[in-house]
Design a protein around this ligand. Structure first.
Ligand code: G4P
Length: 531
């Protein structure tokens, strides 16, 4: 099989969490282990400050910097690790959902005091939908938090996934002494150390070894033995196949800021996590080992400089080998394109590359050819599926404040929608543009960018919708009758699909009751279900 060695070597994943659980800190520690950065703080500085919720300049600055940290690649234990960054700010959740289509597995970070939080739940839903293998890291064990067993129950119940601890904490907060590595049978003792990588591992293969009592004390040793016994009794043995199928999530405990429990996580990750996987297209399943190159665009980043409207499209290579200066087929446009300066992203450095393999992410300079979800191939006409849009949560109507600039406004909003900044629903009559987002911040980003990059002045007027549902039906008559009755609440999305804009949960339920043959989809992923 072609490129087999390169494929086997790669691990492409994303780290996700509710804001503040420690995603940035963990990312940074993984980069430290991998030698990709030398000092702590490098990633941290790049993140959108949580306080700056309405500071455009901050957003602008971040947009520029975050290109560099969008993909962080490093080598560890003979593997090439590609971490795809996901924005922590909840207003950019849609961006995170799309990035999850480009990864092969995920590490989910949980704060041991807060347990499962709102964002955790939503992100896990996406992982479940796509059957993405998940490893859970329970962070901040140096602080008092919930009882570990209670946390495991909470994870299983709220996230609807089976869990299996592979390390186990010895105490927590002030009494935190370390973790016992159930998987590799070793004891890692805790020493709060934010700068150095701790390597203080004692190998205890038999937990009844008296050395354990000497090292951590008799009582904690007894407790640990009891707890490990309970774990073996309650939880199924870890099965890599079940993890790869997305049915069971191994759990690790640690403290990212103190470099603790991170090595156990990374070592096991390298051992069990999947190498690049294939993806479904509208024609066939494509495997990484297929000869011909193919890939899809999952993210588009506008240039920071408003005078140059070029952008960077992030392409995930799915099969074959991507090569510089080679013509590839842009399937949607039916056009051949070649790329003289494709870039890879190694921690903070961007560099031009000559080739890339399945699992890699390549940055392509773009002058407006790409939309999120586009497919590039070596010639085959097929499209990757399943870059979903989710129902937005906030809806506002876009009003033009300068009739002389309506062309610029039209162009600007279309391009921002292609970039995935927001979703656009067009209502007739009147071509009214309803912009939907998951957070208020996007409206500020859009207004700011429309004026600065396109010279178009606009205003947003809040519209009282609760959800956008994509409608499909096999019953044409019922569909037509629904469309007549609800014409004021219908719109078309960017691909001309029919969308119902429901004002309340109640009205949505009523519609579902009155039109039983219609399916009200909460995400545009339905295209995957029905084709
Ligand atoms: P995020 O990307 O998920 O939003 O979280 P981030 O890593 O920024 O971490 C959020 C806060 O939690 C940070 O504190 C960070 O230092 C802290 N933190 C991360 N891991 C641990 C841990 O293992 N133990 C403890 N006690 N704290 C941890 P901050 O005050 O917001 O920032 P900073 O001033 O410390 O940089």
């Amino acid at each position: 099989m072609k490129n087999q060695e390169a494929i086997e070597k790669r691990r492409t994943f994303g780290i996700i969490s509710h804001p503040d659980a420690g995603k940035t800190t963990l990312t940074e520690k993984l980069l430290l282990f991998g030698g990709a950065i030398q000092t702590a703080g490098a990633v941290k500085n790049n993140k959108i400050k949580k306080s700056a919720t309405s500071d455009f300049m901050e957003i602008e600055k971040q947009r520029g910097i975050s290109v560099a940290t969008s993909v962080m690649a490093f080598e560890y234990n003979g593997k090439q690790i590609n971490i795809l960054d996901t924005p922590g700010h909840k207003d950019f959740a849609e961006d995170t959902f799309r990035t999850l289509t480009a990864v092969d597995s995920v590490i989910l970070v949980i704060d041991c005091a807060n347990g499962v939080e709102e964002q955790t739940r939503k992100l896990m839903e996406v992982c479940r939908m796509r059957k993405t293998p998940v490893i859970i890291f329970i962070n901040k064990m140096d602080r008092d938090g919930k009882d570990p067993f209670e946390l495991l129950d909470e994870l299983e119940q709220s996230l609807d996934i089976k869990v299996r601890p592979l390390t186990w904490p010895i105490g927590m907060g002030d009494r935190f002494q370390g973790v016992y590595n159930i998987y590799q049978k070793g004891l890692n003792l805790f020493s709060a150390n934010k700068t150095k990588i701790s390597d203080d591992v004692v190998s205890i293969t038999d937990i009844y070894d008296a050395a354990l009592d000497e090292i951590i004390g008799e009582k904690p040793a007894e407790e640990l033995r009891e707890e490990l016994k309970t774990i073996e009794g309650v939880y199924d043995a870890f099965s890599r196949d079940a993890y790869l199928a997305g049915d069971i999530a191994p759990v690790f405990f640690g403290s990212a800021v103190n470099n603790f429990g991170v090595k156990e996580l990374l070592d096991t990750f390298c051992e069990v996590s999947p190498s690049p996987r294939g993806r479904e297209t509208d024609k066939r399943m494509v495997e990484p080992s297929d000869d011909q190159f193919s890939g899809f665009v999952f993210k588009i980043h506008a240039n920071l400089d408003p005078k140059h409207r070029d952008r960077i499209a992030f392409l995930r290579v799915v099969s074959g080998k991507f090569e510089r200066n080679t013509f590839y087929q842009h399937v949607r446009l039916n056009k051949k394109l070649k790329f003289p300066n494709p870039t890879s992203f190694m921690a903070q450095d961007k560099s031009v590359i000559d080739e890339a393999y399945p699992g890699d992410v390549v940055g392509l300079y773009d002058t407006g050819n790409f939309k999120i979800g586009d497919t590039l191939t070596g010639g085959e006409v097929m499209m990757y599926k399943g870059i979903p849009s989710f129902s937005p949560e906030i809806f506002q109507e876009l009003e033009n404040l300068d009739p002389l600039k309506s062309k610029q406004l039209e162009k600007g909003i279309r391009q921002l929608i292609d970039e995935g900044v927001a979703q656009l629903f067009v209502q007739q009559p009147g071509n009214r543009k309803i912009v939907g987002t998951v957070g208020q911040l996007q409206f500020e980003v859009i207004s700011y960018r429309l004026i600065h990059e396109y010279g178009a002045n606009c205003r947003f007027v809040p519209r009282n919708y609760f959800k956008a549902c994509w409608i499909t039906s096999d019953n044409e008559e019922q569909l037509q009758s629904f469309m007549r009755a609800k014409s004021n609440y219908l719109a078309r999305d960017k691909d001309d699909n029919i969308v119902f804009l429901a004002e309340t949960t109640f009205l949505l339920q009523m519609a579902e009751q009155d039109y039983p043959d219609l399916v009200f989809h909460k995400t545009s992923e339905f295209k995957l279900e029905i084709s």
